[in-house]
Design a protein around this ligand. Sequence first.
Ligand SMILES: Nc1ncnc2c1ncn2[C@@H]1O[C@H](COP(=O)(O)OP(=O)(O)OP(=O)(O)O)[C@@H](O)[C@H]1O
Ligand SMILES: [Mg+2]
Length: 251
Amino acid sequence: MTGLQIVSVDKISFRFAEGEASIMENISFGAEKGEFVSLMGPSGCGKSTLLRIIAGLIKPSSGKVTYMNRQIRGPTPGMSFVFQDFALLPWLTNLENIKLGLSLTNLTEEEKTAKAMGLIDKFGLAGFEDYYPNVLSGGMKQRIGIARAIASEPHVLLMDEPFSALDELTANTLRGDIMFMLQSKDISVNSVIMVTHNVEEAVELSDKIVVLTGKPATVKEIATVGIARPRNKRDPKFEEIVDEVYATIAK
Ligand SMILES: Nc1ncnc2c1ncn2[C@@H]1O[C@H](COP(=O)(O)OP(=O)(O)OP(=O)(O)O)[C@@H](O)[C@H]1O
Ligand SMILES: [Mg+2]
């Protein structure tokens, strides 16, 4: 971390319609360069909505989100989204699904194919490029979802429960692979904001965990996870932070 603020969420409040009660109020936190931030909170409190506001897909009722000091007013090229249910298009091949992530770039068709093939290799999916998503396991589908998100070389990755549709073994492997990849020098992503329900996952991956209250969602506490990487779940310090986060959620 460098102290350089990449994303700043500034006093965000949101209601779906004029006159309705706010579902979130006065939410503020930031993601610095190199920081992995997790968002946790009760089911239905508005985490997905908040992530969509950060992505510029929904307009906040008040407050603002800035990316590299510029206010977000719509989808922003430097930020990409990873969905819980992968959101792959079944009528496109796996390669074409990754190329979708390049549709707003100026690359030629050949360049897009070359880049997407590079990601197919990087994600251990060689040989599957011309198949359709239906032949893939859940873990492989999410690899395509993440490859599509990082294809355009975003600086910020917004992930909404990216591992929750996977069995624990697959999720664990993918988490490890994602962390390894994020630390590699040829990856553009330098900040991540992830929604999760899984406390152990949040402590394993995050530098900071933003715990929200429900109805309306407000920031209850921001926990810092000051453990060196790679992290060992059996480390007493790891368990201590897991317990602290559980206690924060429960209080
Ligand atoms: N279009 C909509 N109009 C009105 N209310 C909505 C709309 N979309 C979602 N909601 C409500 O807003 C609240 C927040 O939804 P959201 O999906 O952001 O929560 P969440 O924290 O991501 O939930 P989960 O943990 O189940 O994924 C929920 O109570 C939901 O029912
Ligand atoms: Mg959600």
